[in-house]
Ligand binder design. Structure first.
Ligand SMILES: [Zn+2]
Length: 550
């Protein structure tokens, strides 16, 4: 999971009423599966490690025992239990040579200090850039449906695009990009992709803590180590050679040396009239070698064929991977067990497979997709979405589970980030039958919607959400739930201490899984095609495949 602490707003008193026709979910079995998946024997479930083999063996054995069918790669006319996911792994060799030429003076840059340059994912094995010009392109957004274009036809070939993070209306709080809430145009991944589409040599994102929603330490830690991507047919169409962040002070100084006012230009960038500005007399140089190789990991895929519309698919997804074996914590523990993140989601997927296998066959097919490499940038789900085993146009919905709460039940639930789609409305209505209320993400500006595996589907138009446990606990209310959530984020999130606890009751997850079962079952036994709201940035992508659903 890639997330921030949630502080939930909604507060309701609800009585525990159970909807009649949902299956019984066994909290004990959830507990035992999470315990197994997060045991030291699984070595933190790193992709392409012995932990991956153990994880695949365990999940497949549970899928088989449940009685569902393999739904992975086709080999000799038969489905396997996995989908092979080739991943590109790159790392900068040694200390990269990086510098600016600012008004005739050379400034040497230290990797991780003034600048953080990612190991390139465009296919380069060596980078040698001499005096590339710098162009400020505002927020780097091209959004025809909002009549917004920051580029105004500027030629970025051979140049470095300097961009601001988040949306053009983040600072003003109102405008064409949902105000404080972040659209996909605000994500740094979008800025890189858009610049690559325009042939830019590189991108420098100006780091500012508020719009990024995290400090420089996070930028440094997540950009100066090994990088991963799925193996792509044409990686340079998605990745410019230089993908980097610079510190705000550095940017302000550079703008000043070029006779420009950073704050004034930022204000201009918040308007439609903004035009790209060349940082005159300034340039960037870089020289380093890249260690690059391909590793193979796997998505695990189980399936139940639909009785009436087998070609229409409802997907339940969860990532199985975690951080593997890495730097030791204060106690010397080096195994990142990932009990909550995402032993809980994987155990949930298995439990849902058991429940569906016992029920009468649904009319549409159900796919249980246990993806890899979420922690490396949503890569297993991205791979599935670029090479779908079942067509995305006839994929009804994706219900993702990532880091669920192993404690008792809450009176509410939430989803990662904010979005408007029929699938969420249907989830809200279903949860109401259990007297659960929906608590919207209180920090939509952090872009939580873009940080879990459902997003790989959403950006291609497939209606998709990540369900998240609520914090308003039946036992102890919001105070207890928030305390536990904060305790997890501070002391266990992405740390070796994310370990199974005997005290966890798993009764909240068991109840929430009845809701998710019912949502998926209702979709799988209907002819409905939920869509995005008309103002969603994902609506056009869905509508483009409308003919598939006739
Ligand atoms: Zn995680």
């Amino acid at each position: 999971m890639q997330r921030f602490a949630l502080t939930l707003l909604a507060f309701t008193i609800a009585s525990a009423v159970h909807a009649a026709d949902a299956p019984t979910i066994d909290p004990q079995r959830l507990s035992s599966d999470v315990k197994t998946l997060s045991s030291d024997a699984f070595e933190g479930r790193g992709p392409d490690t012995p932990g991956e083999t153990k994880t695949i063996d365990f999940v497949v054995s549970q899928f088989k025992a449940a009685g569902i069918q393999p739904g992975g790669d086709l080999k000799n006319g038969k489905r396997e239990w996995t989908q092979a996911v080739p991943l590109l792994r790159t790392e900068i060799v040694g200390k990269p040579q990086l510098s600016f030429d600012l008004a005739g003076k050379t400034q040497t840059l230290t990797q991780g200090e003034q600048i953080s340059v990612r190991a390139p994912l465009d296919g380069s094995t060596e980078v040698a850039i001499k005096d590339a010009p710098l162009v400020f392109v505002g927020y780097g957004v091209s959004a025809p449906e909002r009549r917004w274009d920051d580029f105004k036809g500027v030629d970025l070939h051979g140049k470095i695009a300097v961009v601001l993070v988040n949306d053009p209306d983040f600072e003003t709080g109102q405008g064409d990009f949902g105000g404080k809430a972040m659209t996909y145009y605000g994500r740094w991944t979008y800025k890189y992709e858009e610049a690559a589409r325009r042939g830019a040599l590189g991108v420098m994102v100006v780091h500012e803590t508020a719009p990024a929603s995290y400090g420089w330490a996070t930028v440094k830690n997540s950009n100066t180590n090994a990088m991963f991507d799925i193996v792509r047919d044409k990686p340079s169409s998605v990745h410019p050679r230089i993908e980097s962040w610079i510190q705000r002070d550095q940017a302000v100084a550079m703008f000043k040396d070029a006779g420009l006012d950073f704050e004034a230009l930022k204000k201009q960038a918040q308007t439609r009239d903004f035009k790209p500005v060349v940082l005159r007399g300034e340039s960037f140089s870089a020289a380093f070698k890249v260690d690059s190789k391909v590793i193979t990991s796997h998505n695990i895929v189980g399936r139940i064929d639909g009785s009436k519309h087998p070609d229409q698919t409802v997907i339940y997804s969860a990532h199985w991977d975690h951080l593997g074996i890495s730097a030791p914590d204060a106690k010397g523990d080096r195994i990142y067990n990932g009990a909550v993140d995402n032993g809980t989601g994987t155990a949930s997927l298995i439990e849902l497979a058991r429940a569906f296998a016992k029920a009468p066959k649904p009319e549409r097919s159900i796919v249980f997709l246990n993806v890899t490499a979420e922690e490396k940038g949503l890569l297993g789900s991205e791979y599935y979405a670029t090479k779908p085993l079942y067509p995305l146009g006839t994929t009804v919905a994706v219900i993702n589970m990532d880091a669920l709460d192993p404690h008792g039940p809450a009176r509410d639930f939430t989803i990662s980030g904010n979005a408007r789609l029929d699938l969420l409305d249907q989830l809200i209505a279903t949860a109401k039958r259990w007297n659960l209320t929906y608590s919207p993400d209180p920090r939509p500006e952090a872009g939580g919607f873009f940080r879990s595996d459902h997003f790989s589907f959403a950006k291609r138009g497939v209606p998709a959400v990540s369900f998240d446990s609520g914090d308003d606990w039946v036992d102890g209310g919001l105070a207890a739930g928030k305390k536990a959530a904060e305790e997890y984020t501070t002391n266990h999130y992405h740390q070796p201490s994310d370990e199974w606890q005997a005290s966890w009751s798993f009764t909240g997850m068991a109840r929430d899984l009845q809701i998710l079962y019912t949502l998926g079952s209702d979709l799988a036994n209907s002819n409905a095609w939920p869509n995005w709201s008309s103002d969603s940035e994902f609506r056009a992508a869905r509508d483009a495949s409308a003919a598939d659903r006739k």
